[in-house]
Write a protein that binds this ligand. Structure first.
Ligand SMILES: NC(=O)c1ccc[n+]([C@@H]2O[C@H](COP(=O)([O-])OP(=O)(O)OC[C@H]3O[C@@H](n4cnc5c(N)ncnc54)[C@H](OP(=O)(O)O)[C@@H]3O)[C@@H](O)[C@H]2O)c1
Length: 271
């Protein structure tokens, strides 16, 4: 019988590429998104069913997970992928933007995990894959709030393995570097709306981020890593996805914190 994956944020980028790949491999795909009525690509793929789900809405999460469980008699893999970037200085971030970033990138993933766990425990197997980022392991300038959510999701994932292991459930982390998706355009929000004392440094950092665009992975490449995490039947915890993420993490591990931070200062043109 086909296995089932439930994906959050399947309307674009990594989530959509993962939906396509798993369906091509014969899986049932519960592709959840905020606006399934606007989707016109996944609708034509056999094995994919669309569901409305906003990860910041607890009542909707429960309803949708219950529907998916009824439709497929269980969920083998949960992919917590929905998320967006919040760029800019911490000092001026509004309470609303702060809360929304945590509600989406971290609390949403927690609610999804809570939602599938009773069924996964009962079936005595399951894999939860959390899409974090190289920014869940290494800090870069002017991304502090985003990092807080992704470092949070990384630590949560590692810890959760201990309590779920007795039930045959694994938690895995896929940490991409730069990926050519809508992440840096329509999905990227700014902490600060108007001018600020940080503007000169922000310009430097923005320019450096934009220059690195050529080295980005494709969403399909990240989907391949997610597929490996879902099917390799190992206890591997972290999957660094993309040569840029692997390279930066290797440097972070081999250098002292101080030497690493000096290198980042220089790379981003900061004083
Ligand atoms: N691209 C990168 O460089 C990169 C690097 C490292 C990590 N990541 C992570 O990869 C994940 C996917 O991002 P992506 O690169 O594929 O970008 P993307 O194309 O912008 O996709 C983001 C997805 O998240 C969804 N989403 C946002 N808020 C949501 C909410 N409240 N409820 C449900 N879905 C929501 C979006 O839905 P809508 O279509 O409704 O907006 C969209 O489907 C994110 O967690 C991101 O942090 C990306």
């Amino acid at each position: 019988m086909s296995q089932t994956i439930l994906i959050t944020g399947a309307s674009s980028g990594i989530g959509k590429a993962t939906a396509r790949l798993f369906a091509a491999q014969g899986w049932n795909v519960a592709a959840t998104m905020r606006h399934p009525d606007r989707e016109n690509e996944l609708t034509d793929i056999a094995g994919v069913r669309l569901y409305a789900l906003d990860v910041t809405q607890p009542a909707g999460i429960r309803t949708t997970i219950d529907q998916v469980l009824r439709d497929f008699s269980g969920v083998d893999v949960l992919l917590n992928n929905a998320g967006y970037g919040l760029f800019g200085p911490l000092e001026t971030v509004s309470a609303e933007k702060l809360m929304d970033q945590f509600q989406t990138n971290l609390f949403g993933a927690i609610r999804m995990i809570q939602g599938v766990l009773p069924a996964m425990r009962e079936q005595k197997r399951g894999t939860i894959i959390n899409v974090t980022s190289i920014g869940g392991l290494v800090g870069l300038p002017f991304n502090s709030i985003y990092h807080a959510t992704k470092f949070g999701l990384d630590g949560l994932s590692e810890s959760l393995n201990y309590e779920l292991r007795p039930f045959g459930i694994r938690v895995k982390i896929v940490a991409p570097g730069g990926v050519a998706t809508d992440f840096a355009t329509r999905s990227l929000q700014q902490t600060t709306d108007g001018p600020s004392v940080y503007d000169a440094d922000i310009q430097q950092v923005m320019a450096a981020f934009q220059q690195s665009g050529g080295a980005y992975s494709s969403a399909d490449q990240i989907a391949e890593v997610i597929y490996r995490a879902a099917t390799d039947d190992t206890d591997q915890l972290r999957y660094l996805a993309g040569a840029d993420a692997q390279g930066l993490y290797a440097k972070w591990k081999e250098m002292t914190n101080e030497a690493f931070m000096a290198m980042i200062q220089e790379r981003y043109g900061l004083a």
